[in-house]
Design a protein around this ligand. Structure first.
Ligand code: NCD
Length: 296
């Protein structure tokens, strides 16, 4: 199967993947996919998604091939379509990241092999959402009923769009906080509300004392029409250690990373800050995802 949007999974599917990732993370299971190959095709910058997919493939006993757009035949004018159709012959599963919304779906529609969306523009990033749900479940032992605050550029962040859907699926209570003008797209939110009866509040200022999980993302400057506007918002948007003085003892702070300057560096050493461990969970989680898509 392809994994293009978090909508491709229902709650049972997600739970199966999280359970499998738990078993892998705890050393109770190791998928054996010897002889299979993963391809990473990243048309947009990446550190965690690409490397953790490659690491996951190696841990599953697989090999991987990596297309580097800058030194590939794309430079000679080859199309995205021809590139995808070619790489299909070199791998059993393809991970595609691209700045244009819909590109992973386009790739999936062109080939038989499974395609995993590693992020398409401001649209979807399903495997990041699985990491986020996995992290929340490991730290909090549940997802349902938790008060989860999503803070940042909710207009352009694919991580936030995918995550709000995943949280709604599990019955979390979600608070959305963004700088003015960077609110989540109302139509998408309405879709999630109608489908799951999501309990959501929209605020201009976060209430840090209320949250069980604080999930932050950066201002997605590369998706702004006006770079000066992005810079202006970035200068004002920062969470300081002092802001968290009334936060719950067991607050969990997550972030898909990269962080730029939206989290004061001193927060990194607080016990509530879990984002580097969250990034590390990318390996067992993506091991489970690779196994899942290859088995369906
Ligand atoms: C995110 C992405 O690419 O959407 N990074 C990631 O995959 N961990 C977040 C971001 O770029 O802000």
């Amino acid at each position: 199967m392809d994994l293009i949007s978090i909508r491709d999974l229902d709650r049972k599917n997600v739970e199966a993947i999280l359970d499998s990732a738990d078993a892998i993370a705890d050393g109770k299971k190791r998928p054996d996919l010897k002889g299979r190959t993963l391809a990473t095709l990243f048309f947009e910058a990446s550190t965690r998604t690409k490397l953790s997919f490659q690491s996951a493939a190696l841990h599953n006993g697989m090999g991987y091939v990596d297309l580097l757009p800058e030194t590939s035949s794309l430079k000679k004018g080859e199309s995205f379509a021809d590139t995808i159709k070619t790489v299909e012959g070199y791998a059993d599963v393809l991970v595609v990241r691209h700045p244009k919304e819909g590109s992973a779906r386009l790739a999936a529609d062109m080939i038989e092999k499974p395609v995993i969306n590693g992020g398409d523009g401001a649209n979807q990033h399903p495997t990041q959402t699985l990491i986020d749900l996995f992290s929340i479940r490991r730290y909090k032992k549940r997802i349902k009923g938790l008060n989860i605050t999503l803070l940042g550029d909710l207009k352009h962040a694919r991580t936030m769009r995918s995550l709000v859907y995943g949280l709604a699926m599990f019955g979390s209570e979600v608070t959305l906080v963004s700088p003015p003008g960077l609110e989540m797209e109302p139509n998408y939110l309405e879709e999630v509300r109608q489908k799951f009866g999501l309990k959501v509040s929209i605020k201009n200022e976060p209430d840090y004392s209320d949250a069980d999980v604080l999930y932050v993302c950066r201002i997605q400057q590369e998706r702004f029409a006006d770079p000066y506007e992005a810079k202006r918002v970035m200068e004002k948007f920062m969470i300081r250690k002092d802001d968290l003085k009334n936060a719950k003892e067991d607050l969990v702070i997550l972030h898909p990373l990269p962080k730029v300057n939206e989290i004061e560096v001193s927060i990194d050493s607080m016990k509530q800050a879990k984002y580097f461990e969250q990034a590390h969970f990318g390996v067992p989680l993506r091991q489970a995802v690779i196994e899942y898509v290859l088995s369906r």
